[in-house]
Design a binder for this molecule. Sequence first.
Ligand code: PLP
Length: 405
Amino acid sequence: MAQTEVKALNPIKAPSVQNRVSEEEIDETVRVARESPGYAIGIPGGPEGEAFEKTFIEMMGCTDAVSVNSGSSALELAANLTGLGPGDEVILPAHTFVATAVPFARTGAKMIWADIDPDTRVVSADSIRSLVTDRTRAIIAVHLYGLPAEMDDIVEIARGCDIRVVEDCAQAPGAEYRGRRIGTIGDFGCFSFHAAKNITTLGEGGMLAVRDAEHGTQARRMRWMGNWVFEMKREKDWVPAGGNLVEPAPGRWPGNYCLAEALAAVGRKALGRLDAINEQRRHQAQRFMGGLSEFPELSFQHVPDHCRHVYHLMSARYDGEAFGCHRDALMTLMREKYNVQAIVQYWPLYRSELFRKFGFTEANVPETDRFFDNMISFPWWSDMSDELLDDMAERTRDALTELRG
Ligand SMILES: Cc1ncc(COP(=O)(O)O)c(C=O)c1O
């Protein structure tokens, strides 16, 4: 690409909403605003929230699902329902978004950092296995960037032990592992419908999928400060009081994790588009990665045959040693010359100030470090046109060719 053309390049930059809500979904917010008997969910749940949960259960194939106001809230509920506390250990990847870890760290349990697989770049079952002790009470499998972790092996590690398996599905709604939707294989599946996700409930939202029906009941009790129905028969609805207050799960305080009714209505409609959105993202990925197949120094996530990736993000590793180049040289070229606003993520948690301050600095995760120190995450969202993808691939090819010298 000639220098004069380079100056004219339009920026390629991800929007903060990676997948806008549809007109039909917008209509739902108006309908609920006009017709809802109560905009909030109430006890045990409002009609829109219940309809969202029912559609989710049917689509994913889980025992029960509880709508919540964020993916972090779903993880918070899972951490509480797992019954964790000081003295317990939780095994989770160091390479993930911070929200995977904070709800578990808050319980007082110890964070034990697992490594990623160098090819798939999601948490490695071998690494998890090597970290299990008699204090391990939970394993968090994160389906990072949209690719399922090796769930059969992870569930097998927990089998027969008092260990819960939590799936962080925030980046992978609708992804499949051996024909099963992720989030239905472990004990808990935690989904996010934040604005940056493959589908959004207009900015914030989430879902907790559970395998054990009792966990569904406990999560609903926990969702709105322990407000619950009276089990006993009451003659007068004000005796002894308008509503009951219960302990949601043994020794656990409740919180407010409720998703507003209008957002639940958006979510139910959005689920109808999820598979098509994911299919389009797979198409985008094939197109973009296909345009870079002549450059093995830039490698993408390996996708095992039994996994269906939903390409929430487009991450790659640049191994430029043969050309005397490091990832930062590629990032600089991409940003400053080719105007592609790629980023680097996710800061290995044990290296972050937050987790260092709380003392979780110990980790032996060489693949995490190697990936993070050499990774590049391309601008990525739903409905990228073929033209744009070809353009981004061409700019990347030009940068890589330049670095080859
Ligand atoms: C891997 C992962 N886990 C958890 C979350 C938390 O979701 P939320 O932002 O809805 O709280 C996110 C995204 O934000 C995420 O990417």
